[in-house]
Structures are given as structure tokens and as C-alpha cells.
Design a binder for this molecule. Structure first.
Ligand code: PYC
Length: 312
């Protein structure tokens, strides 16, 4: 494996590591096929880039790829400490701001291919971008699950580019001091969903859990999002906010075009809106800010006992 060039950023607190050179050769097929090849044959690149000691559990990776469509600026394949993501809202904002930092993207509207569809990004200035995400929808409303230690938890199953279970039944206030308790509770909810066979269509795993509660600082809502690898999202989660918009729209609780300010557990914010899509789905637009934090070359020495990162 040759040295890997990465540029790190954070979007409203949540880190993204954009792999700009030295990633795996995945061919030139559709992004979903390239993600499959990445997972099946080159997973060591993922763990090398994100696992300790080079990365950490909250970091999301984005492999910069050549797009298949000439009208797209790039392709992006997102991954984390547990595997591969469909879309990633904070990661797309981070990638757009990073590409602008590298002189590869000017303010304006650009399209990116992802394994779950093409998204558009409007880069407003060097730190602020709006993602027009993939079509998002409520799959099942008011699902009741029996959760160890929590009793019955009721929530919605929705798609926002990843699969989410969204519930107002948080076990405690959504604030930084409660992150360990929220993490433990969200893991239990996820286990209960798995045990009970609650999935997306075609058996898709519900791998993100989202608790909602009131915002102490005037946002429309505050959330805690547990990501598949056990880390919590420091940002309000772009795909999670998209799933939330789909639920709000389905419940008649937010009209098209109206702003929804979603706050993360650490108090950072995305502003979201939706347009109506086909068949009751919504087309979300998520605005947030990102900052570049590092440019680095990741190295591996022959004698390194952790060539694929710890656990890789
Ligand atoms: O912003 O969509 C998102 C996201 C997914 C996982 C972490 N962040």
C-alpha cells in the first residue's frame, strides 16, 4: 500500500477524512459497484485510514473517486470504523469545503455521485454548503420495540441516505453530560430492533439510532445520533436530519420549504428544508459549515504491528 494522502475536516464538530490519493483502485463502474469492490477486496484501506492509531472511532472516511457522469464533479464513497455508508450529509459538506480548500471547487452548485444516488451541493462560501440529498422517506411509523432496561420505545423507521430509527423516547436529557447513557440506550434500541427483526425494505439493517428532545437554545429539536460503529455523531447528522424531515412531512408537522433547525447533542446546528418528492418522499436540503483541520500523508512501515490499524 502506497502512502495515502488525506485532508481532514470537521462539519459542525463531526470529522471527515477525505482520501485524495493512495486509495484503492476500484475501477470505473457505478459507485455502488465500486463500494462493493472496496468492501470485498480492499477493506484494509478503510481500517488503515480510520482505525487507531491513525484515526479514531468518530471519523468518517470519504474516498474521492472519478465520477461516471460528465456533469458530476466527483464520486464519493463513505466509510466508517464499522463498514460502509450509503450517503453522508456531514461528509458531503466536509468534502465540498475540502475540495474548495484544495482549489478544486468554486462557489456554486456541483453534483457528486454516491453509492445511493447523485446529490447536489451548493458551496456558498469557503465554509458553508447546502446538500440536496437523495430522496428520503418514512418506511414505518410508530414502531414499538421492547428494549432491555428502557421498556417500550416507540419510533419511526425512515431512510435519509442511511436507515434510521427515530424516537422521542430518549432515556434522559440530550446533553453532553449524558452521552455515555445515551450511547448505551441507543445500543440497546438497536439490539432490540435486530432481535425483533425490524428492518428497512429488503431486510436492510437499521444501523443508525436517533433520539430527539427539546433544544435548550431555541432550535426546533436537539438530537443524539448513534452511528453503526458505536460512536455518536458530533454534528446533527445530515442523513438523520433528512430522515427526520421525511417523518415530519409524513406526519403533517412541517410544510415544504419551511426551515427546520436541527441541533446536535453538542449544540451545533444544521438548517434543513424539503421539497416534495415522488410517492410521498421528500427531497431534503441541509445547510451546515465545515472547516479543514489537517492535510496529511498516512504511512505504513513494514515493521508496523498494526498495518491495517488496531482491529483491522
Ligand atoms: O451526516 O449523514 C451524516 C452522517 C452519517 C453518519 C455520520 N454522519
Amino acid at each position: 500500500m502506497s502512502p495515502m494522502r488525506v485532508v481532514d475536516s470537521h462539519t459542525e464538530g463531526e470529522p471527515t477524512r477525505l482520501v485524495v490519493a493512495g486509495g484503492p483502485d476500484l475501477g470505473s463502474g457505478p459507485l455502488a459497484e465500486r463500494r462493493r469492490i472496496f468492501a470485498d477486496r480492499h477493506d484494509g484501506f478503510r481500517t488503515f485510514a480510520l482505525n487507531e492509531p491513525r484515526g479514531f472511532d468518530a471519523m468518517v472516511g470519504a474516498l474521492l473517486c472519478a465520477p461516471t457522469a460528465p456533469d458530476c464533479a466527483a464520486g464519493l464513497i463513505f466509510f466508517n470504523n464499522a463498514g460502509y455508508l450509503g450517503m453522508c450529509g456531514h461528509g458531503t459538506i466536509g468534502a465540498a469545503v475540502t475540495l474548495a480548500h484544495m482549489g478544486r471547487l468554486a462557489p456554486g452548485i456541483h453534483r457528486f455521485e454516491t453509492p445511493v444516488g447523485t446529490v447536489a451541493v451548493e458551496l456558498h462560501d469557503r465554509n458553508t454548503a447546502t446538500v440536496a440529498n437523495v430522496s428520503s422517506f418514512l418506511h414505518r411509523g410508530s414502531v414499538r420495540v421492547a428494549v432491555d432496561g428502557l421498556g417500550t420505545v416507540t419510533g419511526d423507521v425512515a431512510w435519509g441516505g442511511n436507515w434510521f430509527f427515530l424516537t422521542e423516547d430518549a432515556p434522559c436529557a440530550i446533553e453532553p453530560g449524558n452521552i455515555p447513557a445515551l450511547t448505551e440506550a441507543a445500543k440497546r434500541v438497536k439490539d432490540a430492533l435486530t432481535r425483533g427483526g425490524t428492518t428497512g425494505p429488503d431486510g436492510a439493517e437499521i444501523d443508525h439510532i436517533e433520539f430527539f428532545g427539546p433544544s435548550p437554545s431555541g432550535a426546533d429539536s436537539r438530537s443524539f445520533v448513534l452511528c453503526p460503529g458505536g460512536a455518536y455523531d458530533r454534528s446533527p447528522c445530515g442523513t438523520g436530519t433528512s430522515a427526520k424531515l421525511a417523518c415530519l412531512a409524513a406526519h403533517g408537522a412541517l410544510p415544504p420549504g419551511a426551515p427546520w433547525v436541527q441541533e446536535s447533542v453538542i449544540g451545533t446546528r444544521f438548517t434543513a428544508r424539503y421539497d416534495c418528492g415522488a410517492g410521498g418522499a421528500v427531497l431534503p436540503r441541509i445547510t451546515g459549515r465545515a472547516w479543514v483541520t489537517a492535510e496529511a500523508t498516512l504511512l505504513r512501515d513494514r515493521s508496523d504491528p498494526f498495518p491495517h490499524g488496531i482491529g483491522g
